[in-house]
Design a protein around this ligand. Structure first.
Ligand SMILES: Nc1nc2c(ncn2[C@@H]2O[C@H](COP(=O)(O)OP(=O)(O)OP(=O)(O)O)[C@@H](O)[C@H]2O)c(=O)[nH]1
Length: 366
């Protein structure tokens, strides 16, 4: 209970403190304290690291549904994932996360239906924190509301924020290299308009960093600096799914569209099967897939069965997909296609592949 009280106290103080040049450093320290408390609170309890035991990651990508109860997540999941896919219930502590497989354009997309999260889930109420930690490993988050409950969106977003999930953001371009001595040096390649050096130092010191070189390459906020220091934030794209569109009249639909005009969204009805193809297409496009063809050494490439990978996948990702020993026994790979400097270029595990590439992996002989 102590952590919760402390969090509430700092949140209250932050609400009361007006932001200006004079309070910037103080606010920075408060936010750094708050972030540390939240990280402490979100740590899985009881020694288990949660997710990996609860739901095995399968398929080419994972999508998580996040939403309050009764917005229609289960119905939607059943309609999106085909009947003969392996839908099963996996015990997830006292809750159940139900994975299904959506097959679309050759990609197998694992869809997780996290049980309805409730307001305050990230502070441990109703075991929501375990569910949210499963959501952390998704490649795309679907924020599910229905036509009458668009006001859930900021609540869901806040919950996700508090467990270290950053929606539709990129990791800040900041490098912090810790040293043994020499104090803190700060350099930036762009003018910093939202944070000054004093605040940067104070936030670092609050995190017990007293010697480090900090290089900042974008105009960051103090929250972004804290994210970099904490090191365990995840950056996941999101898509808003507004369900039960069958219950909305034209006027309501017009208002919903107006409200969401600045973001990615789809209006659907799971129950009446409206716009489900559009939803699949949006999921597929937001995730972004590439196809890569394998060519066994000295043979023709297999053009019939490409590997489906998330964009920006590396040779290592391919190896992991093929067999767990591939990385261990890896010697080199050869690529033909867009990512190759010349046909048959020799590359290592961290080479980033592109759509249509042909790949040969050469492993050590045992
Ligand atoms: N009118 C309408 N009703 C729907 C639609 N989708 C789901 N429902 C109804 O909404 C209720 C809740 O649906 P569920 O799929 O169980 O919702 P859920 O979000 O999984 O809820 P929890 O399991 O409590 O987390 C059910 O009575 C559904 O029949 C829809 O598109 N239109």
């Amino acid at each position: 209970m102590k952590i919760e009280e402390e969090i509430r106290r700092i949140e209250e103080e932050l609400r009361r403190t007006k932001y200006n040049k004079a309070t910037q450093k103080h606010i920075g320290i408060l936010k750094a304290k708050l972030a540390k408390l939240r990280d402490l609170q979100n740590k899985p309890r009881g020694g288990s690291s949660g997710y990996s035991y609860a739901v095995k990651k399968t398929g080419d990508a994972t999508v998580a549904f996040v939403g309050f109860p009764s917005v229609g997540k289960s119905t939607l999941l059943n309609k999106l994932t085909n009947a003969n896919s392996e839908v099963g219930a996996y015990a997830f502590t006292t809750l159940t996360i139900v994975p299904g497989i959506l097959e679309y354009k050759g990609a197998k997309i694992q869809v997780l239906d996290a049980p309805g999260i409730i307001a305050g889930a990230s502070v441990g109420k109703g075991r929501g924190s375990e569910v949210l930690s499963a959501v952390r490993s998704a490649d795309l988050i679907l924020l599910v509301v229905d036509v009458f409950t668009l006001d859930h969106l900021p609540v869901l977003e806040k919950e996700l924020y508090n467990v270290g999930i950053r929606l539709d953001e990129k990791p800040p371009d900041v490098k912090i290299v810790k040293k043994d001595r020499g104090g803190i040096t700060v350099s930036s390649t762009v003018p910093l308009t939202k944070i000054d050096e004093e605040t940067i130092r104070a936030v670092l010191q609050e995190n017990k960093i007293h010697n480090a070189d900090v290089v900042i390459r974008e105009d960051i906020t103090v929250d972004q600096l804290i994210d970099v220091i904490s090191g365990n934030r995840v950056y996941i794209p999101s898509l808003v799914v507004v369900n039960k569109i069958d219950l909305a009249d034209e006027e309501l639909i017009r208002r919903i569209k107006k409200k969401l005009e600045d973001r990615e969204y789809v209006l659907v009805s799971g129950y009446r099967e409206i716009n489900l193809e559009e939803l699949k297409e949006k999921i597929y496009n937001t995730l972004g897939f590439i196809k890569v063809y394998l060519k066994p050494q000295g043979k023709k490439p297999d053009l019939d069965e490409p590997l489906v990978l998330l964009k920006n996948s590396t040779v290592e990702d391919v190896c992991n997909k093929l067999h767990r020993d591939f990385v261990k026994n890896f010697r080199y790979a050869q690529v033909w296609g867009k990512s190759a400097k010349h046909p048959g270029q020799r590359v290592g595990l961290n080479h980033v592949l592109e759509d249509g590439d042909i790949l040969t992996i050469v492993t050590k002989k045992r």
